[in-house]
Design a protein around this ligand. Structure first.
Ligand SMILES: CC(C)(COP(=O)(O)OP(=O)(O)OC[C@H]1O[C@@H](n2cnc3c(N)ncnc32)[C@H](O)[C@@H]1OP(=O)(O)O)[C@@H](O)C(=O)NCCC(=O)NCCS
Length: 162
């Protein structure tokens, strides 16, 4: 890894780079802290070997282990963002925007023109992140997500051209 891969963002040294199967265990940990239905390390390993999966990691303070990730599946000129999460200690510093920007750049370089995603209606940081990056709501699935307290929340489908 070259020093030039790192950049300073909000007083932290960050690097955004491709993820490998060796990161699978850490990705499963981050996922488990972010979502109620966790993906295990095997699922990450499988996904990271798929040719149509694009995965970028956020690395902080020269660490070799990621503090966040974003994963998309590409189909010709469209891609769906399957999951985005930052470890709790990495949140609230604007790093998710840097991660998403870099990821969208790699998708665009690969020929993707439209990017889709789904987000829970009450997820304010995620909605702010996507709206700020030009994603617009194109549909809703009522009651799609089951919350831990037994209530249900709608999924908002968003799209952005890149
Ligand atoms: C979604 C997630 C990646 C965003 O990363 P983050 O570090 O928390 O957010 P950032 O500090 O980068 O801020 C992103 C935006 O959300 C806003 N924001 C952050 N926390 C917020 C909160 N509690 N309420 C409202 N807005 C909030 C920020 O102001 C920023 O908006 P701006 O760009 O318009 O200023 C992170 O919160 C996370 O991993 N959450 C758990 C997993 C998840 O929900 N993933 C998304 C599934 S679709």
């Amino acid at each position: 890894m070259r020093l030039s891969d790192w950049l300073f963002h909000r007083d932290a040294a960050i690097r955004i780079g491709r993820l490998a199967t060796s990161h699978a265990a850490r990705l499963a940990e981050i996922h488990a802290e972010a979502f109620t239905r966790p993906w295990d390390a095997m699922e990450f390993e499988r996904s990271l070997t798929e040719r149509n999966i694009y995965a970028d990691g956020l690395f902080l303070d020269r660490s070799a282990e990621p503090a966040g990730f974003i994963l998309s599946r590409r189909a010709i000129d469209e891609a769906e963002i399957l999951s985005v999460a930052l470890a709790p200690e990495a949140r609230g510093r604007g790093h998710s925007g840097a991660l998403l920007d870099r990821h969208l750049q790699s998708l665009a370089q690969a020929g993707v023109r439209s990017v889709f995603l789904e987000v829970e209606e009450g997820n304010r940081p995620a909605l702010a992140l996507y709206r700020r990056r030009g994603f617009r709501e194109i549909g809703r699935r009522q009651g799609y997500y089951a919350r831990p307290d037994g209530t249900r929340a709608s999924a908002i489908t968003m799209r952005r051209q890149i």
